[in-house]
Write a protein that binds this ligand. Structure first.
Ligand SMILES: *[C@@H]1O[C@H](CO)[C@@H](O)[C@H](O)[C@H]1NC(C)=O
Ligand SMILES: *[C@@H]1O[C@H](CO)[C@@H](O)[C@H](O)[C@H]1NC(C)=O
Length: 388
């Protein structure tokens, strides 16, 4: 916030206190953006600005004491919008609260930063049915960031299909494969199609007893925002170094057996997407490597129990190029290598200077041959540009 916004917000609060707030409908805030600009102008020229500038407060994201994303609002307005006041978002007044929106099955919103939870959350849901939540974009919004603060659903079949439980994303572009298993900490970026809504639909099979849990943060991203993920990136990481992993990657193998009664794979079938990493200032290349102490960190194709377990992850079990036809990752233009395609049960560190920084992941429709596979978990680290 620049100084003018601060003064404006404080002024607005003052006005709100004097007149009582009159705008309780967040939909109206967006329609008033032009008027807000006018309000700022009149402020600049020293004229009195009217109470509808209360809307200025609504645009400020805040963080609740427990780390949830909220919107800074006047307390009564938060209540009217169905939010929960979660701490203060201003040190100058107790009138503004960090308003956190949480909704469950059957809900819908056009408000930013809404959490979609299972019924009974924070308790688990052990039952069947379909639970849907719908987000309608406000004007000027292009993308939806979906953060799985928690997403625990039943594992896929041993062949990688989400048959018992599945999260389906409806109305987004590009289409996303149904998701299941353990995806806490993962996120997705999807595009709205014009002003059409996006729905998250979670279907669970009540015949299978399992403690499902979800708490999904939904953030609307403006078309003009620097936070918008580039095209082709289902995931987008913005730190200079960190960790990426395939959907449903996790410790422990899928307890389900596959169709030939061998130990199942955690990899989801039919995926094909990009995991992008924003180039940091002064960094010209990126290195991917396997984390220590996790032998299964690259078990992408083949039979992981047919090999000596102490060899899992090692470069000698890595396959590349035309040997990779079913499940594989693509790291464009790897330094010193002739193929950009990797699969098998191990991986050597890989560096590339090709931008954008992206890892493509592809799985086919049938994970049956991928016995006891888990997918991949890679550390990434961006490297400083060489001195000129
Ligand atoms: C909010 O605005 C919409 C559209 O202007 C209107 O249909 C709805 O009734 C309003 N809701 C409230 C609570 O005022
Ligand atoms: C929505 O909230 C997130 C933070 O939760 C913020 O990064 C984003 O810019 C907000 N979007 C808009 C359009 O204000």
């Amino acid at each position: 916030m620049d100084w003018r916004s601060v003064i404006l917000s404080v002024g607005v609060l003052h006005v709100a206190v004097c007149y009582g707030y009159q705008i309780s409908n967040a939909t109206e805030f967006d329609e008033q953006k032009d008027e807000l600009a006018v309000a700022e102008d009149s402020h600049r020229t020293g004229r009195f600005f009217p109470f509808y500038t209360i809307g200025r407060i609504a645009n400020v994201p805040c963080t609740s004491p427990s780390g949830l994303s909220g919107t800074c609002l006047i307390a009564g307005e938060c209540k009217d919008n169905g939010g929960l006041a979660s701490g203060s978002c201003s040190t100058r007044t107790n009138q503004a609260v960090c308003c956190v929106y949480t909704q469950s099955c059957g809900g819908s919103t056009n408000l930013n930063s809404t959490y979609f939870t299972n019924s009974g959350y924070p308790g688990a849901y052990n039952g069947g049915g379909t639970c849907t939540f719908t987000i309608t974009p406000s004007s000027g919004i292009c993308q939806l960031r979906i953060d799985f603060r928690s997403l625990t659903l039943e594992q896929p079949t041993g062949d990688g299909s989400c048959n018992t439980d599945r999260l389906t994303i409806v109305g987004a572009s590009p289409a996303v494969v149904p998701i299941c298993g353990e995806n806490t900490g993962q996120h997705l970026y999807v595009n709205f199609v014009g002003s059409g809504p996006i729905s998250l639909r979670i279907a669970t099979n009540g015949d299978v007893s399992f403690n499902r849990l979800w708490n999904i943060e939904l953030s609307q991203i403006a078309c003009a925002s620097a936070e918008r993920a580039p095209a082709g990136c289902l995931q987008y990481y913005t730190d200079a170094s960190g960790e990426i992993s395939s959907l449903n990657y996790g410790l422990g193998e899928n307890p389900a057996l596959n169709t030939v009664s061998a130990r199942g794979s955690r990899q989801l079938a039919n995926t094909n997407y990009g995991i992008c990493i924003r180039p940091a200032a002064g960094r010209c290349s990126i290195t991917y490597s396997l984390p220590p102490n996790d032998r299964y960190a690259f078990t992408v194709s083949g039979d992981a129990i047919a090999v000596d377990p102490t060899l899992l992850g090692m470069a000698m079990l890595s396959m590349t190029g035309v040997a990779c036809t079913t499940d594989y990752v693509i790291i464009p233009n790897p330094t010193g290598l002739t193929s950009d395609r990797f699969c098998g049960l191990g991986l050597a560190s890989i560096t590339t200077g090709a931008r954008p920084f992206v890892v493509y992941t592809v799985t086919n429709a049938n994970e049956t041959p991928d016995v006891a596979n888990r997918g991949f978990r890679l550390l990434y680290s961006q490297n400083a540009c060489a001195a000129a």
